[in-house]
Write a protein that binds this ligand. Sequence first.
Ligand SMILES: C[S@@+](CC[C@H](N)C(=O)[O-])C[C@H]1O[C@@H](n2cnc3c(N)ncnc32)[C@H](O)[C@@H]1O
Length: 298
Amino acid sequence: MQTAPGRRGQWPAGMTRSNGALPGQPGHAWVMPARRSLASRGSVSRAGLVRRLRANTKVMPGSLDAGRHDAPAASQVTPPMTAPLPDPLEAARDVGRDWVEAAYFTEAEPYADSQWRDIILPFLAIEATGIDLGVTMDLAAGHGRNAARLLPLAGVLHIVDIHASNVEICRRRFGDDPRIHYSPTDGVTLPVPDAALSFLFCFDAMVHFDSDVVRAYLREARRALRPGGHAFLHHSNEHRFPGGDFRRHPHWRNYLSLSLMAHYAAKEGLEVVRQRPLDWNHDGSDIDGLTLLRAPRA
Ligand SMILES: C[S@@+](CC[C@H](N)C(=O)[O-])C[C@H]1O[C@@H](n2cnc3c(N)ncnc32)[C@H](O)[C@@H]1O
């Protein structure tokens, strides 16, 4: 039986269990495989970085270096040791790679009832907050365990995920119900027109997203929500390791905090209705956060 809000040991495929115990059983733990560098995961190789740097190193007519014979040739320039910032699309794809055919989906399914009962519904307080589920989007829907619970509450449900294969699994699960729209996303945009949504829902996914991707989705939320529409975001509150590799953090939480979420939301013109920390790791570290946002009422 689950004793605390989150569930233990949800890691994507590729992780191994230390002792064979099942998630939630005494002694259960996951063992993280040795870290693979960005380069070894095929994202950025050092040679690729150098090539990119050279391609970006133009001497513009009239610039200080133009025509100078002592300017070093491109091949002699030492590249800086820090990698260029990945753009949000690349950051989204990097995280997305963990969620193709992950063991997570089967293992997380049975926890949905208790998570809705103990975490989601008490936080949403739908009647008190006035959330309108008329046109709802389940962002990063995975295999649809939350969509199954949103569907009876929603008029129209948009099921969205970075992987078309996950969206197809949802289509097989829910069929061609005319109330459901199935759409993949590029990883940073919400595939609906402006002011189309009354409610944006994202649970157990944004916790892994790069902060630039979170920011991009907040901008999209502002665009896609109707005036007075709400967004429920379950996100990381893991802010102990700035600049760290999120795959080394407990439960692979990416860098974010409740206050950074509130700050980004304010910059995108969204109001914070309520926030709370969530102790997903059951150790008092409050590595997660829940945030309810509202688009201004015109
Ligand atoms: C841990 S699973 C959670 C799935 C579902 N929310 C649930 O609670 O069962 C994370 C999901 O986020 C999706 N995902 C990852 N990055 C994404 C992005 N940038 N945009 C949309 N979906 C993304 C993955 O494909 C995966 O389905």
